[in-house]
Ligand binder design. Structure first.
Ligand code: NDP
Ligand code: 2IT
Length: 444
């Protein structure tokens, strides 16, 4: 059996029940076959892939807090410190009832390659909790965040591990966590990113993942003789990534006709009005259904089905495995020619293979959504310098980083004889830097 297949079997056997982690490892290892086969003996002896697929550390802990009725609640908190070969662990915190160790390991594993692709000195990590922020009062969210940080603070630090936001974690939660970290440690340091602008946050971090996604789509289209302007775009989700992807797509002349949340989706043939979406989602924390109540002509449909809307470009920006093979086939049949993942692993493996086999332009999440973590790293730099850069300066750097990521994925795909396969290209390019650093640092 080849080394790659052996390691995959070992991962499945040693991490039972963690299907998302298995899925993420398989996709990466399959792409790496091209590289590993050429160096099999050396890598096998060094147990390189065994080390790459085993997190350096998984911390799990109890999170007790008191709800508004005086009832004590208990949640499960985690931090997966996956790989620190190229820098301190870096990656978001997810608060969602579905969170478990396997999901955080998949996210941490992806983060290692994503962070490498940014070209910045950040290792990979991820954390979170099965706490559901939906329907909770601000006081309950604060009580939870303070309890979560009271355990987490022991394991993080500006040069050690720097968490940020992800699903369910935005400015409000980062603020509560930062306050508690500072209270416990007495340190005013860049231990979290996505902070508010009055206490060390970076301009453009809020927009960065969505803007970065559209910058790399724009670049991918240009390099393939196409353009974004005038195209119809469907975006799933209506959270941080989806909203700012829609904003940048509109700024570049595309028409965004649909957004969704976990209840259903809205279709607005005239183009989504983002000021209304921002008010519903960022101010009132409401449901996307309310958009159709406010905008004449907009239609709300309960349930899944957003990918049945015809479009040129699809940007899945909600969650893992939200776009399956049937969705991929419908997208293609309706004329969609490009897909880029704002979310982490939103396309199932079968959907991804379909996009590649049908020569659609497909940019995987670890490249496409890297603008968020890249700008987090820029926030870390500003914190270390004790300076704040202008919006334009950060945004220009973000744009350059995304253009560079495209070039790296494109180049690696060409070097290994699979031009246009940005899945293989991103995995290989991300891997090359991490493996070089791991080999140089010995058996650790
Ligand atoms: P938010 O919490 O701001 O928004 C998440 C959106 O996705 C909401 O509209 C939510 O709907 C929807 N959603 C979440 N879970 C599900 C589900 N199980 N089924 C259907 N819809 C769902 O999160 P973000 O926008 O920050 O994150 C979205 C994706 O982007 C995630 O995959 C995240 O890992 C990834 N990402 C985020 C980055 C960031 O900087 N924030 C950076 C890189 C990637 P509802 O409100 O109904 O739950
Ligand atoms: O998945 C991701 O890259 C994020 N949630 C952002 C991580 C970060 O550290 O900004």
């Amino acid at each position: 059996m080849s080394y790659v297949d052996e390691v995959y079997e070992r991962v499945v056997a040693q991490n039972p029940g963690e299907s998302e982690f298995h899925q993420a490892v398989k996709e990466v290892l399959d792409s790496l076959k091209l590289v590993i086969d050429a160096n099999e003996e050396k890598y096998r002896k060094m147990a390189l892939l065994e080390r790459l697929t085993e997190p350096e550390r998984v911390i799990s802990f109890r999170v007790p807090w008191v709800d508004d009725n005086g009832q004590v609640q208990v949640n499960k908190g985690y931090r997966v410190q996956f790989n620190s070969a190229i820098g301190p662990y870096k990656g978001g915190l997810r608060l969602h009832p579905s969170v478990n160790q396997g999901i955080l390991k998949f996210l941490g594993f992806e983060q290692v390659f994503k962070n490498s692709l940014t070209g910045l000195p950040i290792g990979g990590g991820k954390g979170g909790c099965n706490f559901d922020p939906k329907g909770k009062s601000d006081r309950e969210v604060m009580a939870f965040c303070q309890s979560f940080m009271t355990e987490l603070y022991k394991y993080i630090g500006a040069d050690q591990d720097v968490p940020a936001g992800d699903i369910g974690v935005g400015g409000r939660e980062i603020g509560f966590m930062y306050g508690q970290y500072k209270r416990l440690t007495g340190l005013y340091e860049g231990v979290l990113t996505g902070k508010g602008l009055t206490y060390g946050g970076s301009l453009a971090r809020t927009q960065a993942t969505g803007y970065g996604l559209v910058y790399i789509v724009d670049e991918m289209l240009k390099k393939n003789g196409k353009e974004l302007s005038g195209k119809t775009v469907v975006i799933s989700g209506s959270g941080n990534v989806a909203i700012y992807a829609a904003e940048k797509a509109q700024q570049l002349g595309a028409k965004v006709v649909a957004l969704s949340d976990s209840n259903g989706y809205v279709y607005d043939k005239d183009g989504i009005k983002l000021d209304i979406v921002k008010d519903i989602k960022e101010v009132r924390r409401g449901r996307i259904k309310e958009y159709a109540d406010q905008v004449p002509g907009a239609v709300y449909t309960e349930g899944k089905g957003i990918w049945t809307i015809s479009c040129d470009i699809a940007l899945p920006c909600a969650t893992q495995n939200e776009l399956n093979l049937d969705d991929a086939k419908i997208l293609k049949a309706n004329g969609c020619f490009a897909v880029a993942e704002g979310a982490n692993m939103p396309s199932t493996r079968e959907a991804t293979d379909f996009f590649l086999e049908n020569h659609m332009l497909f940019m995987p999440g670890k490249a496409a959504n890297a603008g968020g973590v890249a700008t987090s790293a820029l926030e870390m730099t500003q914190n270390s310098q004790r300076l704040s850069w202008s919006f334009e300066e950060v945004d220009n750097k973000l744009h350059d980083i995304m253009v560079n990521i495209f070039a790296k994925a494109d180049d690696a795909a060409k070097r290994y004889g699979v031009p246009g396969n940005y899945v293989a290209g991103a995995n290989i390019a991300g891997f090359e830097k991490v493996v070089d650093a791991m080999m140089a640092q010995g058996i650790v």
